[in-house]
Design a protein around this ligand. Structure first.
Ligand code: ATP
Ligand code: MG
Length: 183
């Protein structure tokens, strides 16, 4: 499974709908200060199921919606879609019927967020598991946040272990184990 496109509309500074193709290999985002580089990465992480204030740079969830500028009114809706190539058919069995997965997360001001997978309403947990099984996700070390390298150098051994587990591809199993233990 790999990410082929990010679509974004009404999310933070990305007011108009944009489609960002993502090619195989390493992707870098460059541009002047404040142009929206971190916002793009945040959109990716949010659509993967991130919700904690820390993951989303603090504040309320509604702060993710375009808040208006001198020239344009605020929006009521933020939408991020991730397009995944699933031609290798490695998605979890319940979502593995098609070559392309479109994961959409939509936030309405004052009404919280919902997820859709290929048009079908799903839980945030379903989305998180798809990425955890693929050894990636909102907290994956393959998405390097601003300031994260210095954070890592000073982090506790338990946190470093989590990164090694991601690299070893067992974090999906851990998530499923936690879910099973809770039942
Ligand atoms: P740097 O190089 O300094 O790290 P960056 O390219 O990562 O910059 P971002 O942090 O992604 O920049 O974008 C910051 C911009 O996004 C600011 O101009 C801020 O006003 C704008 N912004 C953040 N949230 C919203 C929002 N809800 N509505 C409109 N604009 C927003
Ligand atoms: Mg930044």
């Amino acid at each position: 499974m790999h990410l082929t496109e990010l679509r974004i509309a009404g999310f933070k500074s990305f007011v108009d709908p944009q489609e960002v193709p993502i090619l195989p290999g390493l992707t870098g985002i460059v541009g002047p200060n404040g142009c929206g580089k971190s916002n793009l990465l945040e959109a990716l992480r949010w659509a993967m199921g991130a919700s904690s204030a820390k993951a989303m740079r603090g504040g309320e969830m509604d702060d993710l919606i375009f808040s208006g500028s001198q020239a344009r009114p605020a929006r009521e809706l933020a939408e991020v879609t991730l397009v995944l190539d699933n031609s290798a058919r490695t998605a979890p069995p319940e979502f593995n019927a098609s070559d392309t997965l479109e994961i959409m997360r939509r936030l309405k001001r004052g009404a919280g967020s919902t997820y859709k997978l290929n048009g079908r309403t799903v839980r945030g947990k379903d989305i998180q598991l798809i990425f955890a099984d693929a050894s990636t996700g909102a907290n994956s070390p393959s998405l390097v946040r601003q300031g994260q390298i210095s954070e890592l150098i000073g982090s506790k051994p338990q946190n470093r272990r989590r990164i090694l587990e991601e690299a070893a591809g067992i974090s999906g199993l851990n998530t499923r184990r936690h879910e099973a233990e809770l039942k």
